[in-house]
Design a protein around this ligand. Structure first.
Ligand code: PEP
Ligand code: MG
Length: 549
């Protein structure tokens, strides 16, 4: 039995056989051409063929998934006739005298980037569509379209031959690939790549099947029995009897639970005796906002911004970060979005930071220590956060705080950033400042820290690690990692009391926030906010609504 962690885009449990679906690698080469006109004719021909294919796809999709879901292929046909798109291809061919495949690939990159930076959500989602139509044209130009069709036929045949429905695993799945599959034969999608806003994910939701992205499964799993746990984002290969039994039970229970939980959407998060709790979601990327919203989160309690850095091969620019933060703030439409500044180091490493190997990285050069040492990196991020604050209700918080002087230094740097923005006439909002309480030192001086900030957010994952002296990365120590330890619970209580004395609101954003056994206790302690993974929002709301009597 082997387990692979991924990221869920739709919940549920699937039990079945794996079908690996390999994508076509259409690597595009750049070369010079002499005859611009004939290159432009090649584009026109390929574009027309692509439109015919799309028409065919539309007709098939209407039958398979209905008119509404098929509409995407009409949109794709229209996009191929977009004058800006066509002009861009023409311009790249004629100005640089280069081949059409490369011109289409460049146009695809430029347009999809442009779409992904747009304010309007609908337009942003078009980024994946531009890539999809461009890949179609490129495949036709490279003459690999026939192979694609053959591969599809073979794939469909295999699935049809196989009486059992399958779990599709793929490097990535384009909407055009997803929609062609016979939905009765697909139990789940698991991909290595993909985004939560992609049409593939949307189609998975329409099809009401669990789907995971970002799952780093091994290559040799074709035909193997497997389980997809869409709640925890886990793919289990060759599960043993005990595991299968466990998941079959879960499947049945989950069905009923889901039905009941959905009734809580739009209902207030309030205890039986009338205490309101702010129920927020933790996210690691812009794409996660979608699931925070669909699960009715009342805000974002922790945006782990370091994932923007980990996804990148170099420091993300101020504009890249600004766009990410702005998108989250706009989507949350006035609800609080707490962005945690870079918490890199320890287990979260990016090569380009050139951090020297350390004996004890969890106790080492990480998080705020790096930011206060490499101030330019920190200022770039703060600038992006403050710029985005003009577009929503953004708060900022700082990880791994151990002293008042760190907070004072942070506030000086914030003042410098604000002054620079003022000088450049760039507007920003009223940003609340908070800190993570995740070291015992911060707990013990929380009375002093509370005088410096607007809010606390207790990071129980690290607080448990540092208080109990347990490396949270070491699986051998799992049984000793006990966030229910009286020491942790007393610390939470102390932080709440000290925070409240100075008018700070106090939340919990570590995994413990979603621990339903402790919800009632947190409410009693006076915790104001709980921030949990999006899929847990409605469950925690349910628990809170039953607490307090
Ligand atoms: C924590 O430590 O509890 C926390 C929320 O931060 P992270 O898990 O990202 O370290
Ligand atoms: Mg932490």
């Amino acid at each position: 039995m082997e387990k692979f962690q991924g990221k869920s885009v739709f919940g549920g449990i699937a039990i079945g056989k794996i079908k690996v679906y390999g994508n076509i690698d259409s690597t595009v080469k750049r070369y010079h051409i002499k005859d611009v006109d004939s290159e432009i004719n090649r584009f026109e021909d390929a574009k027309n063929k692509a439109k015919l294919q799309l028409k065919d796809l539309y007709d098939k999709a209407v039958v398979n998934v209905g008119k509404d879901n098929a509409a995407i292929f009409e949109v794709h046909q229209m996009m191929l006739e977009d004058l800006d798109y066509i002009e861009s291809v023409f311009h790249i061919i004629s100005s640089q005298k280069i081949n059409v495949e490369y011109a289409v690939a460049c146009t695809s990159d430029n347009f999809s980037r442009m779409f992904s930076e747009m304010e309007d959500e609908y337009m942003r989602e078009r980024a994946a569509d531009v890539k999809d139509i461009s890949n179609r044209v490129i495949n036709i130009l490279l003459g690999i379209n026939e192979n694609v069709d053959k591969k599809f036929e073979k794939f469909e045949e295999n699935i049809v031959d196989n009486s059992d429905a399958v779990i599709i695993v793929a490097d990535d799945l384009a909407p055009s690939q997803t929609v062609q599959l016979d939905k009765k034969k697909v139990l789940s999608f698991v991909t290595r790549k993909g985004s939560a806003n992609s049409h593939t994910a949307i189609l998975a939701r329409t099809m009401n099947i669990p789907a995971l992205i970002g799952t780093d499964f091994s290559d040799d799993i074709e035909g193997m029995p497997a389980i997809v746990d869409g709640y925890e984002g886990i793919l289990i290969i060759e599960p043993d009897e005990k595991t299968i039994k466990k998941y079959k039970n879960m499947q049945a229970k989950a069905r009923e639970k889901k039905r009941l939980l959905l009734e809580l959407k739009g209902k207030p998060t309030v205890t039986l005796d009338g205490k309101e709790i702010m129920l927020y979601a933790n996210i690691g990327s812009v794409a996660d906002v979608m699931s925070a919203m669909s699960n009715d989160a009342e805000g974002i309690g922790l945006f782990r911004s370091e994932f923007l850095y980990l996804e990148s091969n170099d420091y993300p620019t101020v504009d890249e970060q600004f766009n990410a933060y702005k998108t989250v703030a706009e989507n949350m439409a006035g609800k609080r979005v707490i962005i945690r500044t870079l918490d890199i180091g320890a287990d979260k490493k990016a090569d380009y930071f050139n951090i020297e190997p350390e004996e004890n990285p969890a106790l080492g050069y990480r998080a705020i220590r790096i930011c206060l040492d490499r101030v330019e990196i920190f200022k770039t991020q703060l600038r992006a956060i403050y710029m985005a604050s003009a577009f929503g209700k953004i708060s900022v918080m700082f990880p791994m705080i151990t002293s008042v002087s760190e907070v004072k230094r942070i506030k000086e740097i914030i003042d410098e950033v604000k002054e620079e923005l003022d000088n450049a006439s760039i507007s920003y909002g009223d940003v609340e400042i908070g800190i993570m309480i995740e070291t015992p030192a911060a707990v013990m001086i929380s009375d002093l820290l509370a005088k410096e900030v607007d809010f606390f957010s207790i990071g129980t994952n690290d607080l448990t690690q540092y208080t109990l002296a347990i490396d949270r990365q070491n699986p051998k120590l799992d049984e000793f990692y006990n966030p229910h330890h009286e020491a942790i619970l007393r610390m939470i209580k102390m932080v709440v009391e000290n925070g409240h004395k100075e008018g700070c609101f106090v939340g919990i954003c570590g995994e413990l926030a979603a621990d339903l056994e402790l919800t009632e206790e947190f409410v009693k302690m006076g915790v104001d906010e709980l921030s949990v993974s999006p899929g847990m929002v409605l469950e925690v709301r349910d628990r809170i609504r039953k607490s307090g009597e």
